[in-house]
Ligand binder design. Structure first.
Ligand code: NAD
Ligand code: ZN
Length: 344
C-alpha cells in the first residue's frame, strides 16, 4: 500500500510502497479517507531534536484521520466493515492504576499513533478496538478528519467551567481558534484571542466568532480589558501558543482565583514566569495533554450537533500525493488546518 514514511534519519518524508498492516484479534483495519497535518508531523518532517530522539525509522506517520472500517478482528463485536470512524491517537496500556480507574488520558505508558507505532498517512491503518470512535452520520467527513486536534481544543476549553466567564486564548493556531469557538459555544461572555500573525487573527475572527482578536504587540491586554469593560481580569485562560511572552501576559491579566489550562508546549529552557503572581493571585494552572477517552469525543460530537461550526478552520486541501504542498502550507505558518485526501 502507499504510505508517507519517515524512512531515513534526515529531513523529509517519502511516499513509499509498504506492506499492509496486519490485524490482531482485538484490532480494526481502516481504509483512510482523509487526514489532517499536525504540528507534530511537521516536526517529524523537519527532523528536529525532539523528532530525532522520539521517532524510530522507518515509521509511517500521521494521527489525524477519518476512514472506513474494512476488517475487524475475531474479538471485535461493536464495530463493522463500512463504519466511518476516527482513531484516538493515544494508545494506552489499559492496565495501570489510571487506566483501570477510567482515567485513560492519564496513562503513563501512552504510545502515539504515527509517532511510536505506524500511523494514518497511508491507505490503511490498524488500531485496537478500544481506540476507535464511530462518527454520527451528520458529522462532515472533513471535520471528522480533524477530531484529534479538535479534541485537544475541547479538552482544554472545557477543563474549567466557562459559562458566563471571560476567556483569554493565547495563540490563534488551528487549535487556539477551535478552542475559542468551543468556549464561545459553551457560554463564555467574552472570548479574546491573541496572536502575532495578522492572517491568523483574521482567521480567528472568521472561524471562531471571538469578541476580539488582537496582536499583543499593538494592543495590550489591559487596553482590551478596558475596551470590554472587564475590571478584574480574565476568569479562564487557554494557553495555545507555547510562547513565554504570551503566558506571562496571561498570568498578568488573570482575575484573582483565575484558572489556566495549558496545551501549548514551551521550550523547556524558557518559560520564566512570575511565581509571585501565581501565588498572590491564587491562580490554578493545569497542564492538558491529548483528549479524554471518550468524554472529549462525545462532547465534540454533541457540540457539532448543537450548532458549533469549526469547518472554517480548514483552509487548505490537497491530494495525498501533493503532501509537499500541504507541508509547505504548514511551514509557512499562516494556515488553518491542512487536509490531505486519501480517498482516491
Ligand atoms: P501553532 O503553532 O499552529 O499555533 C501557535 C500560534 O501561537 C501561532 O499562530 C503563533 O503565531 C502564536 N504565537 C506565538 N507567539 C505568540 C505570542 N507571544 N502571543 C500570542 N500568540 C503567539 O500550533 P497549534 O497546532 O494550533 O497548537 C497549539 C499549541 O499546542 C502548540 O504549542 C502545540 O505544540 C501544542 N499542542 C499540544 C498538545 C497537547 O496534547 N498538549 C497537542 C497538540 C498541540
Ligand atoms: Zn495505562
Amino acid at each position: 500500500m502507499k504510505a508517507l514514511v519517515k524512512s531515513r534519519a534526515e529531513r523529509g518524508l517519502w511516499l513509499e510502497d509498504v506492506p499492509e498492516p496486519e490485524i490482531g484479534i482485538n484490532d480494526v483495519k481502516i481504509k483512510v479517507l482523509a487526514t489532517g497535518i499536525c504540528g507534530t508531523d511537521l516536526h517529524i518532517y523537519q527532523w528536529d531534536e525532539w523528532a530525532q530522539k522520539t521517532i524510530p525509522v522507518p515509521m509511517t506517520i500521521g494521527h489525524e484521520f477519518v476512514g472506513q472500517i474494512v476488517e475487524v478482528g475475531s474479538n471485535v463485536t461493536d464495530f463493522h466493515p463500512g463504519d466511518r470512524v476516527s482513531g484516538e491517537g493515544h494508545v494506552v496500556c489499559g492496565r495501570c492504576r489510571n487506566c483501570l480507574a477510567g482515567r485513560r488520558h492519564l496513562c503513563a505508558h501512552t504510545l502515539g499513533v504515527g509517532v511510536n507505532r505506524p500511523g494514518a498517512f497511508a491507505e490503511y491503518v490498524v488500531l485496537p478496538m478500544t481506540n476507535i470512535w464511530r462518527h454520527a452520520d451528520n458529522i462532515p467527513t472533513e471535520v471528522a478528519a480533524i477530531f484529534d486536534p479538535f479534541g485537544n481544543a475541547v479538552h482544554t476549553a472545557l477543563a474549567f467551567p466557562v459559562l458566563g466567564e471571560d476567556v483569554l486564548v493565547t495563540g490563534a493556531g488551528p487549535i487556539g481558534i477551535m478552542a475559542a469557538a468551543v468556549a464561545k459555544h459553551a457560554g463564555a461572555r467574552h472570548v479574546v484571542i491573541t496572536d502575532l500573525n495578522p492572517v491568523r487573527l483574521e482567521l480567528a475572527r472568521k472561524a471562531a466568532g471571538v469578541s476580539l482578536a488582537v496582536n499583543p504587540k499593538e494592543t495590550s491586554l489591559k487596553d482590551v480589558m478596558q475596551q470590554l469593560d472587564m475590571h478584574e481580569g480574565f476568569d479562564v485562560g487557554l494557553e495555545m501558543s507555547g510562547n513565554q511572552n504570551a503566558f506571562r501576559d496571561m498570568i498578568a491579566t488573570m482575575s484573582h482565583g483565575g484558572k489556566i489550562a495549558m496545551l501549548g508546549i514551551p521550550s523547556p529552557s524558557e518559560m520564566a514566569i512570575d511565581w509571585n503572581q501565581v501565588i498572590f493571585d491564587q491562580l490554578t494552572i493545569r497542564g492538558i495533554y491529548g483528549r479524554e477517552m471518550y468524554e472529549t469525543w462525545y462532547k465534540m460530537t454533541v457540540m457539532l450537533q448543537s450548532g458549533l461550526d469549526i469547518s472554517n478552520v480548514i483552509t487548505h486541501r490537497y491530494q495525498w500525493n501533493e503532501f509537499e504542498k500541504g507541508f509547505d502550507a504548514m511551514r509557512e505558518g499562516s494556515s488553518g488546518k491542512v487536509i490531505l485526501d486519501w480517498s482516491t
